[in-house]
Design a protein around this ligand. Structure first.
Ligand code: AMP
Ligand code: GLY
Length: 425
């Protein structure tokens, strides 16, 4: 099959590497891809949000199957447009992708179908939003309704901070469309877990649970980022919790989407908080997470292409998906200044010496001599090991060998998860 992957980050690199190993894939294209992806796929300079461009490319290259990975093209109806043009595509329709693209939609869905989540209210009027704050306890969480690259969430510690976040989102320039509505919700305390699940509209097959590290600096300090690292699996997500999440969250969500007339096919991302009252949904995403995917897919044993086909064709219950034992870890190397402003074009050295790792490129470009930085998150150094400790050691050994001007990475990826593991024996 000739397969096109839409996107150009670390997640897409990991998906491309997996697909390039599939006996079902004879040719692999990626739009737009990046410097690293070019070593496993033919990169074509069509941006992911150019829906008509993606459809035209798929036709021109006689593509047999398209994998739409990022949130924006999914929300814009890329899968709908491809399928309408007769090109089989993996991912939810625009209508189903609202589960990520509109927090008001997802929170209403959870309310209607009794899926546990934080108490909330949504507003498009500043005066009403500010009045609502009066009755709430602190800290309180303020979110943009729409997509905002993981940066549209403020955890306000004071009333003044909450008010300024509400005003900034509803009236400021920074969030434009995404901030036309805000969701104000209760702060939930607990540990976060990500569960990615293959979903064909009926059957849900969760992948091993993972844990993302969203803050920029060690000790979960600094601003939120797209994700600075991840580990998989996580020991505090026990089989008992997994069964409970299946009954209380995963299946009810899939049934709710069916009942709403927008069956979900693709990867459904459950961002969960393990609170003292049980697991609750922090957020849904309508796609593979980044960087969780780089860790999770490292442990996948089954041919990814076979799974993606089964999802699209509604045959998930007929296939068996197996995972490798052990653990995986990814450490993200970011540009100096990220998630704020950063420079680009710095030469990257040491890529070949990280030999025990898969180095997934998130923001790189290829030049005559090698690779240069081209984004905020530059590389995801990913390793597996018999235990989480081994996987982390391998990933950090790899990360230490790679350098570029201004590079920074967190030194504590997986450390709280590792402590839990020791505590649990
Ligand atoms: P979201 O984009 O909704 O995933 O939010 C980004 C991050 O903010 C989450 O991963 C959590 O760490 C944090 N967060 C969001 N909502 C809540 C909440 N209600 N309570 C506590 N933390 C939250
Ligand atoms: N790692 C969080 C996300 O993909 O949104």
């Amino acid at each position: 099959m000739r397969v096109l992957v839409v996107g150009g980050g670390g997640r897409e690199h990991a998906i491309c590497v997996k697909l390039s190993q599939s006996p079902n894939v004879s040719e692999l294209l990626c739009a737009p891809g990046n410097g690293g992806i070019a070593s496993v796929a033919e990169c074509v300079p069509v941006i992911a949000t150019d829906i008509q461009g993606i459809v035209a490319l798929s036709r021109e290259k006689a593509v047999d199957f398209v994998v739409v990975a990022p949130d924006d093209p999914l929300a814009m109806g890329c899968v709908d447009a491809l399928e309408k043009a007769g090109v089989p595509a993996f991912g939810p329709t625009a209508s189903a992708a609202r589960i990520e693209a509109s927090k008001t939609f997802s929170k209403s869905l959870m309310r209607e179908y009794n899926i546990p989540t934080a108490r909330w209210a949504s507003f498009d009027d500043v005066v009403e939003a500010v009045r609502y704050l009066d009755g709430q306890s602190l800290p309180i969480v303020i979110k943009c309704d729409g997509l905002a690259l993981g940066k549209g969430v403020i955890i306000a510690q004071t009333r003044a901070e909450a008010e300024s976040a509400v005003c900034d989102m509803l009236e400021g320039e920074r969030f434009s469309e995404a901030g036309r509505r805000v969701v104000i919700e209760e702060f939930m305390e607990g540990r976060e877990v990500t569960v990615l699940a293959f979903c064909d509209g009926e059957t849900v097959v969760p992948m091993p649970a993972s844990r993302d590290h969203k803050r920029a600096f060690d000790g979960d300090r600094g601003p939120n980022t797209g994700g600075m690292g991840a580990v998989c699996p996580v020991p505090d997500y026990t089989p008992e919790l997994a069964a409970r999440c299946m009954d209380e969250i995963f299946l009810p969500t899939v049934r709710a989407m069916n009942a709403e007339g927008c069956p979900f096919k693709g990867v459904l991302y459950f961002g969960l908080m393990l609170t003292k009252d049980g697991p609750k949904v922090v957020e849904y995403n309508a796609r593979f997470g980044d960087p969780e995917t780089q860790a999770v897919l490292s442990l996948l044993d089954t041919d990814l292409m076979e799974i993606l086909l089964a999802v699209r064709e509604g045959r998930l219950k007929d296939i068996t998906i197996t995972w490798k034992p052990g653990a995986a870890a990814v450490v993200v190397l970011a540009s100096g200044g990220y998630p704020g402003d950063y420079g680009k074009g710095y030469a990257i050295s040491g890529l070949d010496s990280a030999s025990d790792c898969e180095v997934y490129h998130a923001g790189t470009a290829r030049t005559g001599e090698g690779y240069v930085t081209a984004g905020g998150r530059v590389l995801g150094v990913t390793a597996v090991g018999g235990t989480l400790t081994d996987a982390l050691e391998n990933a950090y050994r790899g990360a230490a060998k790679i350098s570029f001007s201004g590079a920074h990475y967190r030194k504590d990826i997986g450390s709280t998860t590792k402590e839990l593991l020791q505590y649990n024996g």
